[in-house]
Design a protein around this ligand. Structure first.
Ligand SMILES: Cc1ncc(COP(=O)(O)O)c(C=O)c1O
Length: 388
């Protein structure tokens, strides 16, 4: 079956963060929203049918996840990432960001040092700071060929850090870290006893020509010091259903997470989160592959439009995710002025680079998971504001 990603769906007045919070976030309810990481595409029929099928049963009482739920995740990880995971290693969390906060609380103590790699997904900062841990910035290096990890600095920082939170693939700069890069991180963390939290929520959205490497799958020793976050929520646009997996192969570490979830009584999850996860993982690979083709063509369109019409904007190569990281440094604007110009002159709602911490200055994150003609309209608006 051929899915239609060009179809427009009106998301307004559905309590949709991306559209319905524009006034609050941008001070303007009319910007084209190209910010928060969800997609404007229709949810595929097999997921909607699964929801409707269960919704037709008129009782929505207490629920549990049976072995089918775990088996679909196991099959998905094996078929798409060649990662063999035992059922017992998969734990539930009502979202990856909540899990990051739990993980920081479970495995570290106040004033412990936790490394992150900015510019990076902003809830990483909160997960560390809100619990009185100390943020250590292993800032990514912006080079002529794209973003790289500062391994020399990491070697030094790892000596007295307890944890590294990795975005693998990386949001917002769009890197799908290579096996050799991840092996270097692993080597440093093993040597220094640093626990690695590998947030792999974007793993299913690696673009043609690039590969996702599961961090924990580098070796059994690495798996032993790794906690992996995975979910169907980015891949299938199910963020509103709060269902994700925390995969821990080390039994001692696993028990600690399990106990925490049980103590808080948040382990039941959401009935429809389970239904949609099952349908997505059982029937969704064809849809995912078509989605990736569509995203890739949107990315190529943006790259060539900007190269032709707006050469002062640097476009970083997107290797994974549906975000494009744009660098406006050549315009010599303050971040405030860049943000205001994007909203008021281009009429676009993007995420300011500074939201992603140090290294985000002068940059913006563009979400291209929208029908092509929305992306085309956005590019023409960008041209009006920035071609000088
Ligand atoms: C790296 C990363 N982790 C986690 C999330 C969100 O996870 P959740 O919605 O499950 O809390 C996002 C969403 O954009 C993300 O980019």
């Amino acid at each position: 079956m051929k899915y239609n990603f060009d179809k427009h769906i009106n998301r307004e007045e559905t309590s949709c963060v991306k559209f319905d919070l524009r006034e609050k976030i941008f001070g303007n309810p009319d910007v084209i929203p190209m910010w928060v990481a969800d997609m404007d595409f229709e949810t595929p029929d097999f997921i909607r049918e699964a929801v409707i099928g269960r919704a037709n049963h008129p009782i929505y009482g207490y629920t549990f996840r049976n072995s089918d739920y775990y088996q679909h995740i196991i099959n998905w990880l094996w078929n798409n990432h060649q990662w063999k995971v035992a059922m017992e290693s998969i734990l539930f969390s009502p979202g990856v960001v909540p899990a990051l906060n739990f993980i920081v609380k479970i495995y570290t103590n106040p004033k412990d040092k936790i490394i992150i790699q900015p510019p990076v997904y902003f809830p990483f900062f909160g997960a560390v700071k809100s619990h009185d841990r100390i943020l250590v910035y292993n800032q990514l290096l912006k080079t002529d060929t794209g973003y790289m990890i500062d391994f020399e600095l990491l070697e030094h920082q790892a000596k007295d850090a307890e944890m590294l939170i990795l975005s693998n693939p990386h949001n917002p700069v769009g890197r799908a870290w290579t096996k050799s890069e991840l092996l270097k991180i692993a080597d440093i963390c093993l040597k220094n006893n640093v626990l690695v939290v590998s947030d792999e929520i974007h793993a299913d959205l690696v673009l043609p020509g690039f590969q996702h490497q599961v961090f924990a799958d580098l070796s059994p020793e690495i798996s032993d010091i790794t906690i992996t976050a995975h979910a169907p929520s980015k891949t299938f646009n199910l963020a509103g259903l709060s269902t994700s997996s925390i995969i821990i192969t080390n039994p001692e570490l696993r028990l600690m997470f399990q106990q925490y979830i049980e103590d808080l009584h948040i382990g039941m999850g959401n009935l429809f989160g389970v239904i949609t996860s099952n349908a997505a993982y059982e029937k969704g690979n064809d849809w995912r592959l078509q989605l990736i083709d569509y995203l890739q063509s949107n990315i190529e369109y943006v790259e060539s439009f900007i190269a032709k019409n707006l050469p002062k904007i640097r476009v970083f190569k997107t290797e994974a995710t549906y975000m494009i990281w744009l660098d406006f440094e050549a315009f010599c604007l303050t971040d405030e002025a860049l943000k205001a110009k994007m909203i008021n002159e281009a009429g676009l709602g993007l995420n300011p680079g500074t939201d992603f911490g140090p290294g985000g200055e002068g940059c913006m994150r563009l979400n291209i998971a929208s029908p092509r003609n929305v992306v085309e309209t956005a590019m023409n608006k960008l041209k009006i504001a920035f071609s000088y």
